[in-house]
Unconditional design. Structure first.
Length: 389
């Protein structure tokens, strides 16, 4: 089995993750009739279910599921066929049937001896390819390991990045650095390359973490994200002002909680609520940024909400990355990106506050003015009766 463990693997895995997330959930963000289930989903043998499945319980597919499949913490067992994509967030996946789309697992192990027509991406968990497994796309793992048995068919490549390797690399680099400093030598090229690689790994990890945090609200709360982005567009300066007031009042509010016995337990809850508001608000700001970008280049923006979020986040991430890579004047681009991000956080907080976490419109409804009724014409007097001669 050929493995590539390098910064290039991380970049490739990140790109695959962004692409798969956009492709997998394009229909979910635009659909209005799907709902989160709180019960087990079972498709019996010979049965065909034609809908997208999103549940926080167990999923068992023995027959055929014509749609996408999402598990929020529950185990997934596929012995039949899934014609769409399969996404698991925290639930183990066991595949002995076939998936015609992509398989994405975050924080849960994957065991397969079946067919995956698309790509297989695992973040923070292991992947076990048993005998008879077939993957026609790429196999990518970040923070886990890949085990491949005999008789496995892989049409694409394998990209595995084990973050534990940093524990072995960092001490060696530190020893080389101390030796070079004692000997009065200049920076060792190996040390420079290692530090550069570590910097790329850390940077890509931060970008990936930010993308995952922004993608989740767009997947599971598309209406809230759309409401926040609409509020930013319609009440731009109002949202900015409310966001600035929230930031200025944050420290005094936490201080008042800290000096109060009853308020101390509320501090973690307040910080958690603030973090959720920031993520939801910045997600809505990314949508607005994407629409403005496509208006500037005079092209239609993508219809999928999750694609708009990823593009907006990618524009800001690219500004920071290019700004650090370009010498001399690159800091101006990085500074502009930081300013836009900070202003986007303020706008998002204000819009989230106005819309109550995106659950209601922040714009007050206009009073309905009844239509003017024209005055009735005066009645004409009746003609006197004509008497015969």
């Amino acid at each position: 089995m050929k493995k590539q463990t390098s910064g290039r693997s991380i970049l490739l895995a990140c790109a695959i993750t962004f692409a798969l997330a956009a492709a997998s959930h394009a229909r979910w963000s635009s659909s209005k009739d799907y709902e989160l289930r709180h019960s087990d989903v079972v498709v019996e043998e010979g049965q065909t279910m034609r809908e997208d499945v999103v549940t926080d319980k167990a999923i068992t597919i023995i027959g055929t599921l014509r749609g996408d499949c999402v598990s929020l913490g529950g185990p997934v067992a596929v012995k039949g066929t899934v014609t769409g994509d399969l996404v698991s967030l925290g639930g183990p996946v066991n595949l002995s049937g076939s998936i015609q789309g992509n398989l994405i697992s975050i924080g849960a192990p994957v065991e397969t001896e079946g067919l995956i027509a698309g790509d297989l991406v695992s973040i923070g968990a292991s992947v076990t390819l048993k005998a008879g497994a077939t993957v026609q796309g790429e196999v990518s793992s970040i923070g886990g390991h890949i085990e491949q048995g005999d008789g496995v068919t892989l049409k694409g490549g394998i990209n595995s990045v084990n973050l534990n390797m940093l524990k072995r690399i960092v001490p060696s680099l530190m020893r080389v650095s101390r030796g070079a400093h004692r000997n009065g030598n200049s920076l060792n090229p190996l040390l420079f390359g290692g530090l550069l690689g570590l910097g790329l790994i850390a940077l890509c990890s931060l970008f990936l973490l930010g993308a995952v945090m922004l993608v989740l609200p767009a997947i599971f709360f598309p209406k809230n994200v759309a409401t926040v982005s609409r509020e930013i567009t319609e009440n731009f300066w109002k949202s900015a002002g409310i966001g600035a007031l929230i930031v200025m009042a944050l420290f005094p509010a936490l201080l008042m909680m800290a000096v109060s016995i009853l308020g101390i337990p509320l501090i973690p809850l307040a910080l958690l609520l603030l973090g959720a508001a920031k993520v939801l608000g910045f997600c809505g700001f990314s949508v607005v940024l994407t629409k403005r970008f496509f208006e500037g280049i005079k092209r239609p923006a993508p219809a999928s909400l999750i694609t708009q979020v990823c593009i907006g986040y990618g524009l800001l991430a690219a500004a920071l990355f290019i700004g650090h890579a370009v010498p001399l004047l690159g800091w101006l681009l990085s500074l502009a990106g930081i300013i836009v991000i900070a202003f986007g956080v303020l706008l998002g907080l204000g819009a989230v506050w106005s819309t109550r976490m995106g659950t209601m419109s922040g714009t007050a409804p206009q009073p309905q003015v009844p239509p003017a009724v024209p005055p009735a014409a005066p009645a004409q007097p009746a003609a006197p009766p004509v008497t015969p001669a």
